[in-house]
Design a protein around this ligand. Structure first.
Ligand SMILES: NC(=O)c1ccc[n+]([C@@H]2O[C@H](COP(=O)([O-])OP(=O)(O)OC[C@H]3O[C@@H](n4cnc5c(N)ncnc54)[C@H](OP(=O)(O)O)[C@@H]3O)[C@@H](O)[C@H]2O)c1
Length: 87
């Protein structure tokens, strides 16, 4: 059964690696980041993915992001919180 994973905080490092791994496992993937340029490109590379510009510190934006994912991909099964700034 296909599952849907959301990765909250996606850049070219760990977030992208997780997205590719979930994709390779046959999952649909929701991608959150504050800036949309990178996640829009990454979503195009994946089989079944949607990107949403979300600041995880903004609860209304988070709710809208999950609504975007549910509408595009169905119910969310997995959430990975990866939002961070490089040390
Ligand atoms: N990369 C590695 O090899 C590695 C190894 C061990 C541990 N880690 C740890 O794993 C974590 C992530 O590492 P990474 O830098 O490789 O990840 P990454 O997926 O390259 O980047 C994380 C992304 O989180 C987003 N983000 C930051 N604040 C956010 C917010 N408020 N709301 C939404 N998105 C937000 C940023 O994009 P926006 O600025 O567009 O929002 C950023 O591109 C860090 O804590 C790091 O120390 C990484």
């Amino acid at each position: 059964m296909s599952r849907t994973a959301v990765i909250a905080g996606v850049g070219p490092g760990l977030g992208a690696s997780l997205a590719h791994r979930f994709d390779a496992e046959g999952c649909s993937v929701g991608l959150f980041a504050r800036s949309s340029a990178y996640i829009d490109l990454l979503a195009e590379e994946l089989d079944d993915a949607v990107a949403a510009a979300v600041d995880v510190g903004d609860s209304e934006a988070v709710a809208r992001g999950f609504e975007t994912v549910r509408e595009a991909l169905g119910p969310v099964d997995v959430l990975v919180f990866n939002a961070s700034a490089a040390a």
